[in-house]
Design a protein around this ligand. Structure first.
Ligand SMILES: CC(C)(COP(=O)(O)OP(=O)(O)OC[C@H]1O[C@@H](n2cnc3c(N)ncnc32)[C@H](O)[C@@H]1OP(=O)(O)O)[C@@H](O)C(=O)NCCC(=O)NCCS
Length: 225
């Protein structure tokens, strides 16, 4: 699977995160039986994106020296990675993306890809905190800031859900953007901070080839900067 965003992302990626992107193919990728059961009743589009994600994930695992293995789906749709790995999957339109790292370095990793276009009209209202709405600080300065904010919060969710085991709302997380470095900081509410022992996490964003891509991670305690 070729990676349309891979060249760009290789330049800026934290060195110990493997990120793979690829076109979602029409013809079936090879899958493990347990994975097929998750999409047995799904429509063709869903089967393709699920298979593309698993295929990219195996490529990424290979880069970390881990043999191809099944990546089943957990009870809340989260991917179940090999014990020493953490990571995340996203798909949008014709592209799939996977980000992986070693658990010894990262407690959690989240990734999300969205089309670089405005969100449907009623969505931004659900995404912003009051502080984000009333403040011009923290703006990314990009045209589709609403979509970037949505994507960054989805990324934060995917990074943290496997550690927390509970859902949380977009409005519980407040983002601040560093436009010069194309980074964001996610400020977390007390109920999350208490559980993970950190009150914020770091993220990166890229706007390229008509897509917005966001990545967030939580470093293991001994690797904190
Ligand atoms: C699941 C969700 C994060 C993204 O789903 P989506 O819109 O289909 O978008 P994406 O394609 O980017 O991501 C789908 C992938 O997310 C991953 N995912 C789904 N649920 C997950 C969970 N609970 N934890 C971690 N990863 C999850 C899966 O790998 C899935 O792909 P797969 O089913 O092919 O394996 C979103 O729909 C959701 O449920 N969000 C919860 C609320 C939220 O985001 N709150 C924000 C808090 S700040």
């Amino acid at each position: 699977m070729s990676g349309p965003l891979n060249a760009l992302l290789d330049q800026d990626m934290p060195a110990d995160i493997v990120l793979k992107s690829g076109i979602i193919k029409a013809q079936p990728e090879s899958m493990f039986q347990v994975e097929e059961t998750h999409i047995a009743g799904s429509v063709e589009k869903r089967r393709r994106e699920f298979r593309a994600g698993r295929s990219l994930a195996r490529e990424a695992l290979g880069k970390l020296g881990i043999e191809a293995c099944a990546i089943p789906m957990g009870p809340n749709r989260e991917p179940i990675w090999p014990a020493m790995i953490t990571g995340s999957i996203s798909h949008c339109s014709s592209i799939g993306v996977v980000a992986l790292g070693r658990r010894s370095v990262y407690e959690g990793i989240g990734v999300d890809i969205e089309l670089d276009k405005p969100l449907p009209q009623d969505i931004p209202e659900l995404v912003y905190t009051k502080h984000e709405r009333n403040s011009t600080q923290g703006s990314s300065g990009i045209q589709n800031h609403d979509t970037l904010t949505f994507s960054a919060k989805e990324t934060v969710f995917k990074c943290l859900f496997p550690l927390l085991g509970f859902y949380f709302d977009f409005k519980e997380v407040t983002l601040g953007f560093n436009t010069a470095e194309r980074k964001f900081t996610a400020h977390l509410p007390a109920r999350i901070a208490q559980q993970i022992g950190r009150s914020q996490l770091v993220g990166h964003y890229w706007i390229t080839e008509g897509y917005i891509l966001t990545l967030a991670y939580l470093k293991a305690s001994e690797h904190q900067e």
